[in-house]
Structures are given as structure tokens and as C-alpha cells.
Design a protein around this ligand. Structure first.
Ligand SMILES: NC(=O)c1ccc[n+]([C@@H]2O[C@H](COP(=O)([O-])OP(=O)(O)OC[C@H]3O[C@@H](n4cnc5c(N)ncnc54)[C@H](O)[C@@H]3O)[C@@H](O)[C@H]2O)c1
Ligand SMILES: O=C(O)C[C@H](O)C(=O)O
Length: 350
């Protein structure tokens, strides 16, 4: 779960903005010859997450082609980002008739398309609009780039991932190794809050977050956090609650202007970078993600996942849990089960 490489890459993109791309890649230790061509498509690229995520993917030297798709606004975003002197070629695609072109040849498709929450709403309140959006985008993915790794950001992730799986199954293209619900923001938050409370340098911190991506289904495993700290049980409970409510904290602070976009773009870029590294054969790439899973009774579950050349290489187990975490796990199962079933039902009824 190391995000430091991406951070270093972004920093060096700024500080070495005039250096050639080959110097840039060599500095990252990859050597130009060994970096394969990779196309990344962002669907919803003109949105609050989409724009900064597109920027971060433009700064990622593992990307050679960047396709920016949205129902509106992508020509401007693409023109703007395309002037940045980094490796990838950028193209904007707008409207359904250009979706196929945007997707064709993609290795990774990132989906931050759909409506965000306003204060007072749950992520599930977004279901009615976002389920249909995700369904139609996944139908196009199964047609134009069935082998791509799909990084689902659109909420409610606990339901949109099962919807995507059902769409792919119907199209005969489902590969459970290639579908990911992006829960990296929960990990990013858990790391930040833990480091702050424990007064530990945040760059050294790792915290697995398991379960799903909504309220109590977000279960940070602070008992497994490294480095160890001497936080009290009360402090762990408070950190858990803050991580579970992190999205709501941002929604309320934005007061009607949407939900997390900048931290989500950062988290989405970390996760896509991990997928690209896995595809490129980098070893020991591990991130938490909401994937098809058999580590609990539920068909989808977020846990540490090892990424490889075909996507998921291994879904890692939960490891030892504290009593508090075991209780949290029991509590989250019925809610997560219902959200998964809601997604499956939608995909099969509509
Ligand atoms: N997984 C997470 O951790 C996480 C974190 C933050 C936000 N989100 C979710 O991400 C989604 C996007 O959030 P945002 O703040 O960027 O919203 P936003 O409204 O700013 O942007 C969404 C974009 O999606 C586009 N869009 C709508 N329908 C589309 C379609 N059919 N095809 C392509 N693009 C389409 C819109 O035009 C818009 O540009 C929301 O559902 C939000 O809840 C998830
Ligand atoms: O909270 C939201 O609605 C957006 C996102 O899921 C988040 O965790 O920030």
C-alpha cells in the first residue's frame, strides 16, 4: 500500500517539468524500454473528481494514452490537460456516440461518473440515478474494452460494483479479477487520522480498511495499523467513527456543493497507479479494494488485494481482528449484503 512512489512521481513531474520524458522515466527507476504502452480512460472526466483525476493520470509516467470521456465539457478539459509536458497523449470524447472510441484499447477504465451527495443524503440515495449511469457505461465497456481493469468510483460503490458484475456476466465478459470498487479514500483517511492522533509521521503509516464503502460497512483495522501506537480503546473507537463518517464530514463542509473530489482524485490516482504497476508485472503491489471475494459469506468484500498482470492476483484474508473489529464485522454484514443484493436485482430487472 505504498503511495510514496506516485507522490515522488508527481513531485518530480513538477520539479522537472522541463526534463525529457525519458529522463523522467529513468529517474523513476523503470528505464524507458521497460515501460509498456498503457491506455487509461476516465468516464466522468469533466466532473469534480474527473478533472483532478485526469490531471494526476496525466502526470503518471505509466500512462501513454489518456482518454477523457463525459456527457459534456471534455473538449475543454482535454485541451487544457494536453498542454502538460508529460508522457501521455490526451484526447477528449463527448456524448454517447464517442464513448466507444474513448474506451477502445483501454487497459484501465476509471469511473467517477454520476451524481454526488448533498448534506442529509446517504450514498444509497444516489442509487436511482447512478445505477443507470453505471449500467450503461459498463455495457459499453463489455463491448469496446472487455479486458480492461475497471476502477469503480461512482456511489453507492457497495451496489455499483455488483451492478457492473451483472452487466458483464450478461454480456459474457465478466472476469472477477478485473472489477474493483475503489475504497482507497477510506485507507487514505484512516492513515491520515491515525497518524494525526498517534503523532506518527503519516508517510510511514499503513492501515487496512475492509468491508465496503458506506457508513458502518467501512471497517478500518487499526489493530493492524503500522507503526504501532499506544492509542486507547476510546481513541480507536473515535478514529473508526471518523473514518466511517469521513465522506459525510466533507459533504457537510462543502454545504451542498458536492462531496470529496480532490482527496478522491488523489485516492483514485493511487489505485489506478497500483493497477498499472500490477499489469506491468511489478511485484508485491497490494491495495485494499471492494472485489469479488470468498473471505466472508458475502460475494463482494473489500480487503487487501494483491494486483498482478491480470488484475486481482490474490484476495488476502482479514488477518487477526480485535474484539471491537470482530463486532464491527458482524454489524456490517447485513447492510452490505442488502446493498449488494439491491445492485444485483437492479441489473437483472432493468
Ligand atoms: N468511491 C469513493 O470513495 C468516492 C469518493 C467521492 C465521490 N464518489 C462518487 O463519485 C461520483 C462522482 O462525484 P463528483 O463529485 O465527481 O460528481 P460531479 O457531479 O462533480 O461529476 C460527475 C460527472 O459525471 C458526469 N456524468 C454524468 N452522467 C454521465 C454518463 N452517463 N457518462 C459519463 N459521464 C457522466 C457528469 O457530467 C459530471 O461531469 C459520485 O457518485 C460520488 O458519490 C465516490
Ligand atoms: O461521501 C460521499 O458521498 C463521497 C465518497 O463516498 C466519500 O467517501 O467521500
Amino acid at each position: 500500500m505504498k503511495s510514496s512512489l506516485l507522490l515522488r512521481s508527481i513531485r518530480s513531474s513538477f520539479t522537472n517539468s522541463t526534463s525529457s520524458i525519458s529522463t523522467h522515466l529513468t529517474r523513476r527507476g523503470y528505464g524507458t524500454e521497460s515501460v509498456p504502452e498503457r491506455k487509461v480512460a476516465v468516464l466522468g472526466a469533466a466532473g469534480g473528481i474527473g478533472q483532478p483525476l485526469a490531471l494526476l493520470m496525466k502526470l503518471n509516467p505509466l500512462v501513454s494514452r489518456l482518454a477523457l470521456y463525459d456527457i459534456a465539457g471534455t473538449p475543454g478539459v482535454a485541451a487544457d490537460i494536453s498542454h502538460i509536458n508529460s508522457r501521455s497523449e490526451v484526447a477528449g470524447y463527448m456524448g454517447e456516440e464517442q464513448l466507444g472510441q474513448a474506451l477502445e484499447g483501454s487497459d484501465v477504465v476509471i469511473i467517477p461518473a454520476g451524481v454526488p451527495r448533498k448534506p442529509g443524503m446517504t450514498r444509497d440515495d444516489l442509487f436511482n440515478i447512478n445505477a443507470g449511469i453505471v449500467k450503461s457505461l459498463c455495457t459499453a465497456i463489455s463491448k469496446y474494452c472487455p479486458n480492461a481493469l475497471v476502477n469503480m468510483i461512482s456511489n453507492p460503490v457497495n451496489s455499483t460494483v455488483p451492478i457492473a458484475a451483472e452487466v458483464f456476466k450478461k454480456a459474457g465478459t465478466y472476469d472477477e479479477k478485473k472489477l474493483f470498487g475503489v475504497t482507497t479514500l477510506d485507507v487514505v483517511r484512516a492513515k491520515t487520522f491515525y497518524a494525526g492522533k498517534g503523532k506518527i509521521p503519516v508517510a510511514d503509516v499503513n492501515v487496512p480498511v475492509v468491508g465496503g464503502h458506506a457508513g458502518i460497512t467501512i471497517l478500518p483495522l487499526f489493530s493492524q495499523a503500522t507503526p504501532k501506537s499506544n492509542l486507547s480503546d476510546e481513541e480507536i473507537v473515535a478514529l473508526t467513527k471518523r473514518t466511517q463518517d469521513g465522506g459525510t464530514e466533507v459533504v457537510e463542509a462543502k454545504a451542498g456543493k458536492g462531496s470529496a473530489t480532490l482527496s478522491m482524485a488523489y485516492a483514485g490516482a493511487i489505485f489506478a497507479d497500483a493497477c498499472l504497476k500490477g499489469l506491468n508485472g511489478v511485484s508485491d503491489v497490494v491495495e485494499c479494494s471492494f472485489v469479488q471475494s470468498s473471505i466472508t459469506e458475502l460475494p463482494f468484500f473489500a480487503s487487501k488485494v494483491k494486483l498482478g498482470k491480470n488484475g486481482v492476483e490474490e484476495v488476502l484474508g482479514l488477518g487477526p481482528l480485535s474484539d471491537y473489529e470482530r463486532q464491527g464485522l458482524e454489524l456490517l454484514i447485513p447492510e452490505l449484503k442488502a446493498s449488494i443484493e439491491k445492485g444485483v436485482k437492479f441489473a437483472n430487472q432493468n
